[in-house]
Design a protein around this ligand. Structure first.
Ligand SMILES: Nc1nc2c(ncn2[C@@H]2O[C@H](COP(=O)(O)OP(=O)(O)OP(=O)(O)O)[C@@H](O)[C@H]2O)c(=O)[nH]1
Length: 411
C-alpha cells in the first residue's frame, strides 16, 4: 500500500513540474514587444522643416506636416471679451524655438528655383539673340518673349530699342558679348540703386520715446500675406531682432492661428483678437505690446478684401491711423502673387491709392515664368521690390538682389 501511495505522489510531482514548464514557456511567447526607442512626434512640436541635404533623415513614408498644417491649441477667450489677446510663445505646449538660417545670400541659395521657373525668359532671350541673323522677325520674337514674361509694354519696347541699338553700334555677335549686353539692359530696367532694405529701425513715438519699427503687411487674401509675415519674422529673428506679430487679419478665421504658429517657431509673441474683431484695435495692441516688451519690430498682418475700394480704404486707413497714435509706421509692404500676372498690377494700383506702399513682396516666383512682373510692378508703383518668395519652405523668402536675379535668369 505504502508503495502505491509513494508512486502516486511521485507521479503528481512529475506532472506538476511538466505543466509548470509548459506554462512558463507560453508566458514567454506572450511578452509584449519592447517600447519603440524614439518617442512619437508631438503635434505641438512639429519637426523642423528639412533643410537642404537632410532628406535622408526623414523616412520616406512618414507623413509630413507643413507649418501651415500644424494646429496649435488656441487660448480660450470669453466670448464677450473684445480685447486683443497676447499669445505667449513660452506656453508649455509651444514648439521648440528654431534658429532660422541667415538671410545673406538667400537669393543665391534659391537661384536654382529662379533659373528653373524663369527659364523661358532668360534662356529664351539668349537663344534668340544668338541667331545668325537678327532680323525683324527675331526682334519681334524677343519682344514677345518679354511681353509673355509680363515685363510690360513700355519696358519691353525700351529694352528692345536699346539692345538693337547697342548690338548694331558695337557689332556684338559673340554669345558672351550678347549675354553681357542683355544682363546690363535687364539690370537697367530693374534698377540697381533703389533702396531695397525693409525699414525696421526703431521710430520715435509720439511720447518722445523710442518705439519698435512698425511694418504693415497688406495685400489681397491668398497672395501669401500671412505666410510672408511669418517668413519675414524669421528673417528678422535670423538677423538678431526681437519681433511681435499682430494678427489683424480677422477676416479669415485660421489666419491668426497660422501667424501664431509661425511666431512660436521663432519665439515671437502674437497679439490676436476675437474672430471678426476690429483689425485696427489688434494692430494698436500689437504695437502697445511691442513697446511694453521693448521689441525691435512689430509686424502686422492685415486683411485685404477687395470687395470695394472704399471698404478697403476704410479698413487699412483706420489700421494705419490707429497705429500712428503710438508713432510712425516705418514700412508698408504690399504682397503680390507673381502667378496672377496683370491681375497683380490691378491690385497694386488699388492698394497704392489706399495706402502709401513703401515696398513690394513678390511671392510664388518659383511657380511662374512671369518674373518680368518685377519690372512692371516697380514701374506701376514707383516703389522697389524688396523681397521675393521662392517656395513654401519657412526660409524661402529672400531679400531681392537685382544682380543675383538677372544672373539666375541668363546663366
Ligand atoms: N510656391 C510658393 N507658395 C507660396 C509662397 N508664398 C506663399 N505661398 C503659399 O500660398 C498659400 C497662401 O498663403 P497665405 O499666407 O495663407 O495667404 P494670405 O494672403 O495670407 O491669405 P489669407 O490668410 O487668406 O489672407 C499658402 O499655401 C502658402 O504656402 C511662395 O513664395 N511660393
Amino acid at each position: 500500500m505504502e508503495t502505491v501511495i509513494l508512486a502516486v505522489v511521485i507521479a503528481v510531482v512529475v506532472l506538476g513540474a511538466i505543466s509548470g514548464l509548459v506554462v512558463s514557456g507560453r508566458k514567454k511567447k506572450q511578452l509584449p514587444p519592447p517600447p519603440p526607442a524614439t518617442p512619437k512626434p508631438s503635434v505641438t512640436a512639429p519637426p523642423a522643416e528639412p533643410q537642404v541635404g537632410e532628406e535622408a533623415e526623414t523616412p520616406r513614408d512618414e507623413e509630413r506636416r507643413t507649418i501651415e498644417e500644424v494646429e496649435l491649441p488656441v487660448a480660450e477667450a470669453p466670448a464677450a471679451e473684445a480685447e486683443a489677446l497676447v499669445a505667449e510663445p513660452e506656453a508649455p505646449a509651444a514648439p521648440a524655438v528654431e534658429v532660422p538660417e541667415p538671410t545673406a545670400g538667400r537669393l543665391v541659395r534659391l537661384r536654382a528655383r529662379l533659373a528653373r521657373s524663369q527659364n523661358t525668359l532668360g534662356k529664351g532671350l539668349l537663344t534668340l539673340l544668338s541667331r545668325e541673323h537678327l532680323d525683324e522677325d527675331t526682334w519681334e520674337e524677343i519682344e514677345d518673349t518679354l511681353l509673355t514674361a509680363d515685363v510690360g509694354v513700355a519696358p519691353t519696347q525700351e529694352l528692345v530699342d536699346r539692345l538693337r541699338e547697342r548690338v548694331k553700334v558695337l557689332g556684338t555677335r559673340t554669345p558672351e558679348g550678347l549675354r553681357e549686353l542683355l544682363r546690363e539692359e535687364l539690370l537697367t530696367l530693374i534698377g540697381t540703386d533703389a533702396d531695397r532694405t525693409v525699414h525696421t529701425a526703431n521710430g520715435i513715438g509720439n511720447g518722445g520715446d523710442e518705439i519698435p519699427g512698425v511694418v504693415l503687411v497688406v495685400g489681397v487674401n491668398g497672395t501669401g500675406k500671412t505666410t510672408t509675415t511669418g517668413k519675414l519674422a524669421r528673417v528678422l529673428v535670423a538677423d538678431g531682432k526681437s519681433v511681435v506679430l499682430g494678427a489683424a487679419d480677422t477676416f479669415r478665421a485660421a489666419a491668426a492661428d497660422q501667424l501664431q504658429t509661425w511666431g512660436e517657431r521663432v519665439g515671437a509673441r502674437t497679439v490676436r483678437g476675437p474672430e471678426g474683431g476690429d483689425p485696427a484695435s489688434i494692430a494698436f495692441d500689437a504695437v502697445k505690446e511691442g513697446i511694453a516688451e521693448s521689441a525691435d519690430v512689430v509686424l502686422i498682418d492685415t486683411a485685404g478684401r477687395l470687395h470695394t475700394k472704399t471698404g478697403l480704404m476704410d479698413e487699412l486707413g483706420k489700421v494705419k491711423r490707429v497705429v500712428e497714435k503710438h508713432g510712425p509706421v516705418g514700412e508698408v509692404l504690399l504682397v503680390l502673387d507673381a502667378t496672377t500676372g496683370q491681375n497683380g498690377l490691378v491690385q497694386a494700383r488699388v492698394f497704392a491709392e489706399v495706402v502709401d506702399i513703401t515696398g513690394v513682396v513678390l511671392t510664388k516666383l518659383d511657380g511662374t515664368a512671369k518674373g518680368g512682373i518685377i519690372i512692371a510692378v516697380q514701374r506701376e508703383l514707383g516703389v522697389p521690390v524688396k523681397l521675393v518668395g521662392l517656395g513654401e519652405g519657412p526660409d524661402d523668402l529672400a531679400p531681392f538682389e537685382p544682380e543675383a536675379f538677372v544672373d539666375a535668369l541668363i546663366d
